[in-house]
Design a protein around this ligand. Structure first.
Ligand code: G3I
Length: 315
């Protein structure tokens, strides 16, 4: 039977999964990872703490392992992520930087990492999670030291290092319209007007049954298309309070169906990635105790109702 990737391709879309290096020793897991998807995102292996653990000393081990596996499986890679407030190495966070010194560090990091993966990745999440939920800038190391201009700088440096990679801003809680999504809309519009190389907005789509479905998602994706931007659902999962009941799993399936339909309805929504595909390796239980069951495959790697719903939505 056709895979999720096969079905998505008929619509000119991809269907992807995140993965992480420790899981790659699980051969039952890698079998499905290698067959069902055509886009792979490293969940941690390309983040700053992994790639530049000491200043100026780069380590590509984790990222390369995933890029090589994807190539063997004829999959593309959504690379993640260059500029973020989290998972930074200690040498970076424990020092007081002047703006000029930090700008040089950021430029070197972006240039070196993007060059290393030049020609090997489809896209980059250049800046991740730049805004707070109220639409103000997050007071990250980057914003506090460099001001909001770090975003345009990062995009320009990434573009110089790999002119063919699609460059994204990526965030959570922007699926529905609201202050945070409006902040991205305003920023994206300005960046485009200034000729800054921004190609797309990534909607992480970390949903939770207890908070309700983001019903405005389709219109919201559309307005970004209207700016000439691609959109993508980049880290989709639908968590719930445990234990999961059949009714909750049915509602979850319906949400996966709806978010897939929303992407298919928007011409420039280029694809969907789930934030790993199995509950066995989901980040949710570690961060939200008592919650989980967020992905289309269960902990035994059996497909859940959500998997069938994805297939139906793509058929
Ligand atoms: O590497 C250490 C290991 O040495 C140690 O033994 C172990 C003990 O806890 O921790 C390991 O680090 C963990 C790291 O993942 C690598 O596995 C961290 O504790 C853990 O917090 C970290 O979680 C990652 C999280 O980002 C950090 O914020 C998740 O795996 C990763 O899936 C998640 O991904 C983010 C996206 O990048 C951005 N959007 C949200 C998404 C979910 O939080």
């Amino acid at each position: 039977q056709p895979t999720l990737a096969d079905l998505a391709r008929r619509h000119g879309r991809y269907f992807g999964s995140a993965t992480d290096n420790p899981e790659l020793t699980d051969s039952a897991y890698t079998k499905i990872l290698g067959s069902e998807f055509d886009m792979i995102t490293p969940g941690n292996g390309m983040k700053w703490y992994a790639t530049e653990p000491r200043q100026g000393v780069f380590d590509w081990t984790a990222g390369d392992q995933i890029v090589n596996l994807a190539r063997e499986n004829h999959q593309q890679v959504r690379a993640h992520t260059l500029v973020w407030h989290s998972q930074l190495p200690d040498w970076l966070t424990s020092k007081q930087w002047t703006a000029d010194a930090l700008r040089a560090v950021l430029r070197q990091h972006i240039t070196t990492e993007v060059r290393h993966y030049r020609g090997e990745v489809y896209s980059w999440d250049v800046v991740n999670e730049a805004f707070n939920d109220d639409g103000t800038y997050r007071e990250s190391l980057w914003y506090k030291t460099l001001g909001p201009g770090y975003i345009a700088d990062a995009l320009r440096w990434a573009h110089e290092a790999d002119p063919h990679a699609r460059l994204y801003l990526n965030d959570y809680n922007i699926e529905a319209t609201g202050p945070k999504s409006d902040a991205y809309y305003a920023l994206a519009k300005n960046l485009r007007a200034e000729g800054v190389p921004l190609d797309g907005i990534g909607f992480q789509t970390h949903l939770a049954l207890q908070y309700g479905y983001p019903t405005t998602i389709e219109g919201n994706l559309s307005r970004f298309s209207g700016l000439g931007l691609d959109t993508a659902l980049t880290e989709a999962d639908v968590r719930m309070r445990l234990p999961a009941t059949d009714a909750m799993l049915a509602e979850q399936a319906d949400w996966y169906r709806q978010l897939t339909q929303a992407c298919l309805a928007v011409r420039r929504c280029v694809g969907i990635t789930v934030w790993d595909y199995t509950d066995k390796y989901s980040w949710i239980p570690g961060v939200f105790p008592g919650e989980g069951a967020a992905l289309p495959w269960d902990e035994q790697l059996n497909p859940k109702p959500a998997y069938q719903a994805l297939r139906e939505a793509l058929s």
